[in-house]
Design a protein around this ligand. Structure first.
Ligand SMILES: NC(=O)c1ccc[n+]([C@@H]2O[C@H](COP(=O)([O-])OP(=O)(O)OC[C@H]3O[C@@H](n4cnc5c(N)ncnc54)[C@H](O)[C@@H]3O)[C@@H](O)[C@H]2O)c1
Length: 451
């Protein structure tokens, strides 16, 4: 039998991955009808909003949705219909770190994947290719296959593929237009290979075939965890070196630049910072830690856990530096925090270093003003409450103010000496000098000198 030429795709999960990925598929494949479904009504309403107030911010995304919505791209809460109509289904639901039960604190919570899989089994009346797009532990595809096969109707076969997503928030659309690689894992059976060809045929509409890598299912699942762990490891390595720079007078930007010119290493992911955040790095490394522990590979588990521990230390260290520089106390002092999302060009606040920092400032009883143009106020309150479960929202709001515009932290109105702490190395030498000329004391991660 020849591989199916896919014309109808459904994506379960309209989040940071499912939304942009399937919107780009719709744009690049006008002959395919793409329906993105989600249980979250308000998220779907936002995707369908007449004024394109989309639920996530991503440069270039609105333009893609404007071109395709209601043409061959649809958003719906009717998950069952989405499943029934599709030939190929992406499962792109969230898989956060488990909070309770076995593996709490490190294993991935696969409840959403299982629910979606059971729904696919229950609703399907025709054969489907089911594509695992969520980041999952190794061998999850096998569990999905078991569930699907145990619950399928006669003449209804399911082929499972793994197709992890490598986009980065903030550059998702550019990453999807021009991916370093698309990875597809399948069983190496004739049926598995045919399903793989079908998905390859979708991406081949815009991705050169040499960028589409096809591997076994388990290799594909493990590659996603491995790639994130290695990227995060580079950040933890450079952050560890930033502490040495501060203690010795070296400059981490100079060190990173010089290290990155080694072609074996390359320049990317060598920017020191207050620590990595986002929904993926920490979760996926912990996932790898859990996998290693389950395999009784304790040294391997310890090795990867070190990457997360270093990140936690870097976040705490930055907060402690602020206290130390402000003469050992920040009680009653006003601190402006510019940026609340985990990085620029996204509104995603999951695991943002800003949350830890503000929580630590609160516990020192500082007064904090937060500004972030992409993050709604309610999200900031929700995150700060989760970070300090023993404080009431009232107490938090006594110490924290969310500012609707870039805070006019004018030097003139600040107590002297006035400080700027740069936790993302956004200021180069010129900006540092300009701030110093105004009278600011500038303190940057990874720099032993302070102007
Ligand atoms: N965010 C990233 O940068 C990124 C990058 C690569 C991979 N991933 C992985 O992709 C997956 C999705 O991540 P995300 O950031 O898009 O998550 P998200 O939380 O933004 O979106 C997931 C969506 O799935 C929906 N959902 C959950 N269970 C459902 C169900 N049973 N039926 C229908 N809808 C359901 C939720 O309502 C939510 O809107 C995760 O496994 C993540 O690790 C994320």
């Amino acid at each position: 039998m020849a591989p199916t030429k896919v014309t109808k795709i459904c994506c379960i999960g309209a989040g940071y991955v499912g939304g942009p990925t399937c919107a780009v598929i719709a744009l690049k494949c006008p002959h395919i009808t793409v329906t993105i479904v989600d249980l979250n009504q308000s998220r779907i309403d936002a995707w369908n909003s007449p004024d394109f107030q989309l639920p996530i911010f991503e440069p270039g995304l609105e333009d893609v949705v404007r071109q395709c919505r209601d043409r061959n791209l649809f958003f719906s809460t009717d998950v069952d219909k989405g499943i029934r109509d599709a030939e190929l289904i992406f499962v792109s639901v969230n898989t956060p770190t488990k909070k309770t039960g076995v593996g709490a604190g490190s294993a991935a919570d696969l409840n959403n994947v299982e629910r979606a899989t059971r729904r696919i089994a229950a609703m399907s009346t025709t054969s489907k290719i089911v594509v695992e797009k969520s980041t999952v532990p190794c061998r999850t595809a096998e569990s999905m296959r078991t569930i699907l096969e145990a619950n399928s109707k006669p003449n209804c076969r399911f082929d499972i593929l793994s197709n992890p997503e490598f986009l980065a928030e903030g550059t998702a659309i550019a990453d999807l237009y021009n991916p370093d690689r698309v990875l597809i894992g399948s069983l190496q059976t004739p049926e598995g290979l045919d399903a793989c060809e079908s998905l390859k045929g979708v991406y081949a509409n815009w991705v050169p075939s040499e960028h589409i890598l096809t591997v076994g299912l388990w290799s594909s699942e493990l590659t996603k965890l491995a790639a994130n762990a290695m990227l995060a490891q580079r950040i933890s390595s450079i952050n560890a070196l930033s502490a040495i720079c501060e203690a010795t007078g070296a400059n981490i930007d100079e060190v990173a630049h010089a290290v990155g010119t080694d072609s074996r290493l390359g320049p990317k992911f060598l920017k020191a910072s207050v620590g990595f955040g986002g929904s993926c790095f920490q979760k996926d490394i912990l996932n790898l830690v859990y996998l290693s522990e389950s395999l009784h590979l304790n040294e391997v588990a310890k090795y990867w856990r070190g990457v997360v521990d270093m990140n936690e230390w870097q976040k705490r260290r930055f907060g402690q530096k602020v206290v130390k520089e402000l003469f050992g106390t920040i009680t009653g002092k006003r601190i402006a925090v510019l940026g609340f999302a985990f990085k620029a060009d996204t509104g995603d606040t999951r695991e943002s270093a800003a949350i830890t920092l503000i929580r630590d400032f609160q516990s020192e009883r500082a007064l904090v003003n937060v500004y972030d143009p992409q993050v709604p106020q309610e999200q900031i309150w929700q995150d700060l409450q989760e970070a300090s479960p023993s404080s009431s929202l009232d107490t938090i709001q006594k110490h924290v103010t969310v500012s609707p515009s870039a805070i006019s932290a004018l030097y003139k109105s600040m107590n002297k000496p006035a400080f700027v702490f740069d936790g993302r190395l956004v200021f180069g030498n010129t900006e540092r000098e300009r701030l110093a000329n105004i009278g600011f004391k500038v303190i940057s991660i990874g720099r032993g000198d302070s102007i």
